[in-house]
Design a protein around this ligand. Structure first.
Ligand code: MN
Ligand code: ZN
Length: 338
């Protein structure tokens, strides 16, 4: 079989390998599609502190069950499945209190262990979720990206009548827009690229703001009658924006941060205290796959618009180069494995 493998920083290729062996509690998945994510590029660029090399990247992947480990029950060969990349221990405090996506022993498939940019992969049975017949595998590749957005709303704890302000109209921002629509929450989205804002608009964003053309703070205060916004999701992840984000939060608002920067972020205490803001982080997803699968099966998520490119496994390196050199042209690029 063939695999896309990252040998080290900026060193990747498609190689021929043996189909992996699998243990009693795993299943062997025949992978059909995988999505390329910004975090795959971070591993390629040496910017992910958790990744070791060589590594088969890819944490957004789907396929069919090829073989089943001896101790696995409830799964059948040939079933269409999606893989939740979050592996947790079940024993530590976060796991015990229902927050297994921040398990102290957390492992992410495609980061800590080999992932989906290959034709077959051994995956713990606990990470396999069978798909309903109404969802096709190509769309299902987006379940993991949507689970990131679903987790944001889980952390934000939205009330009816709330509006959300979203920084960044990349794939994460766009999935947040779509799930806001599903939940009936109006959205305001901020990005420096008009093409991305146009996409956000087509996916249902209520307002778009380009800070190159208008003052974000003025505009948000106009839209909200000077109240600020009760829900904010930062999918732009630029530390310098934190003071503006805190100023735009409404009293008793919640701000959800998604960035992974280790740079210091300036935070003005007065904004947080006078409005009693809640600041939360969101990482990966906490058992959000069933919720996303339900929305997708009901046709509530516009998957087709999010997928902009499809590559073969042999041309996966071209996909990486395209995303690196023309990021504004790419929404979600998929790799078809067979
Ligand atoms: Mn991803
Ligand atoms: Zn744990």
């Amino acid at each position: 079989m063939k695999s896309f493998i990252v040998n080290g920083i900026n060193d990747y290729q498609v190689i021929e390998q043996n189909v992996p062996s699998f243990s009693d509690d795993q299943v062997l998945v025949r992978i059909e599609y995988a999505g390329i994510c910004g975090s795959d590029l971070h591993i390629i660029h040496g910017q992910n502190p958790f990744a070791t090399y060589p590594r088969i990247t890819g944490h957004e992947f789907v396929g069919t069950i090829e073989k089943i480990g001896a101790s696995v029950s409830g799964l059948e060969v040939g079933t269409k499945v999606v893989v939740n990349p979050v592996i947790s221990c079940g024993q530590c405090r976060p796991c015990q209190i229902g927050r297994s996506n921040v398990c102290t022993e957390l492992q992410v498939i495609g980061v800590h262990t080999d992932g989906g940019f290959t034709q077959f992969q051994a995956v713990p049975a606990a990470n396999i979720i069978a798909l309903p017949g109404s969802i096709n595998l190509r769309d299902a590749t987006l379940i993991e990206p949507y689970s990131i957005a679903a987790n944001v709303f889980n952390r934000l704890d939205a009330s009816s009548g709330d509006t959300i302000l979203i920084y960044g109209a990349g794939v994460i921002g766009l999935t947040i827009v779509q799930i806001a629509n599903v939940l009936g929450i109006p959205s305001i989205i901020v990005d420096l690229l008009d093409e991305k804002l146009e996409t956000a608009k087509q996916l249902g964003a209520t307002h778009t703001i380009n800070p190159k053309q208008e003052n974000t703070e003025q505009r948000v205060m106009e839209i909200t009658n000077g109240q600020g916004v009760p829900l904010i999701a930062d999918a732009a992840c630029i530390p310098a924006l934190i003071p503006e984000i805190m100023r735009l939060a409404a009293p008793a608002g919640t701000v959800c941060l998604l960035g992974f920067s280790s740079e210091d972020s300036p935070l003005q205490q007065v904004e947080v205290i006078k409005k009693e803001l809640t600041i939360v982080g969101s990482r990966l997803n906490n058992k959000m796959f069933p919720r996303v699968i339900e929305w997708m099966a009901q046709g509530k998520l516009d998957t087709e618009f999010l997928i902009s490119h499809e590559f073969t496994l042999d041309t996966a390196p071209d996909a990486i180069e395209l995303i690196e050199n023309h990021p504004q042209e790419v929404r979600k690029a998929l790799i078809k494995m067979h």
